[in-house]
Design a protein around this ligand. Structure first.
Ligand code: CA
Length: 258
């Protein structure tokens, strides 16, 4: 297992009063590196309650995930952990009038340096940069994505659709929820980007790719540049990015990944 580095940045943006995005990244007792982004929704500050509850629940579950746990057979565990977070948010919303109907997106990446797992609900995204090319790993659970898939909207129309924020699936709004979990392989030099739609909705994928490809920038500078690009594009939503990388550490130890 190799060390994997994570960098996290979040910004309220230029229009919103509060930041309803939440993120967490770090190493787990099991040696696995985890990254999470959640983008909450609901009036009267309920959105940031939903995203905080979801991230806290997931981090708690991940912390007690046993040492020696293999990601290879972790897909059902990740699904269960996200379902548990769903239950926490749903029950809090049911018991408190002011949190009624709150919910959140979630996207989570677990990486051990040779393999990984991505789990998500909603429109927060996971991308992978490999060999200079950016690849979207997740599928948005949105109305416009459904309409695009069925050919009723072009990708261009979807990008500017007035109802592009409408989710078809969210964490915490229903008692049960379907979770998308996929296994990914990890090659040396790969990078994962998790982000809220405050980035992906405002910044072209080609600009995200160019930023992550820019080897003159440190990982922290790349994360900051992504935030700056979203602000320059209007910053009309909260913006959160988490980068996951093994670069530099591989060179620093002079070794190859096993
Ligand atoms: Ca958002």
């Amino acid at each position: 297992m190799i060390d994997v580095k994570t960098v996290m940045r979040s910004h309220v943006g230029k229009v919103r009063q509060i930041n309803e995005d939440q993120a967490w990244s770090g190493s787990l007792p099991s040696g696995i590196t985890a990254a999470i982004v959640a983008d909450g929704m609901g009036g009267h500050r309920a959105g940031d309650v939903a995203s905080s509850l979801a991230v806290d629940s997931l981090v708690q579950s991940l912390q007690v995930w046993g040492e020696g746990t293999s990601l290879k057979d972790g897909a059902s565990s990740l699904t269960d952990m996200i379902r548990k977070a769903n239950k926490v948010v749903y029950e809090t919303a049911s018991l408190n009038e002011q949190y009624h109907n709150m919910g959140t997106t979630v996207v989570s990446a677990l990486v051990d340096g040779s393999t990984g797992l991505i789990g998500h609900i909603g429109d927060s995204r996971a991308y992978r940069l490999r060999a200079g090319r950016l690849e979207l790993l997740t599928e948005d659970h949105t109305l416009v994505n459904e309409l695009t898939k069925s050919g009723q909207l072009s990708p261009e129309e979807a990008a500017h659709h007035p109802r592009r924020n409408v989710l078809t699936r969210a964490l915490g709004t229903d008692r049960e929820v379907e979770v998308d979990v996929q296994a990914i392989d990890w090659q040396s030099g790969d990078r994962i980007l998790l982000c809220s739609d405050g980035l992906s909705g405002l910044v072209e994928a080609s600009d995200i790719e160019a930023t992550l490809e820019d080897s003159a920038l440190q990982l922290e500078e790349q994360a900051q540049k992504l935030i700056d690009l979203a602000l320059a594009a209007g910053g009309d939503d909260n913006i959160t990015v988490v980068l996951v990388s093994d670069e530099g550490l591989v060179n620093a130890t002079g070794g190859e990944t096993a």
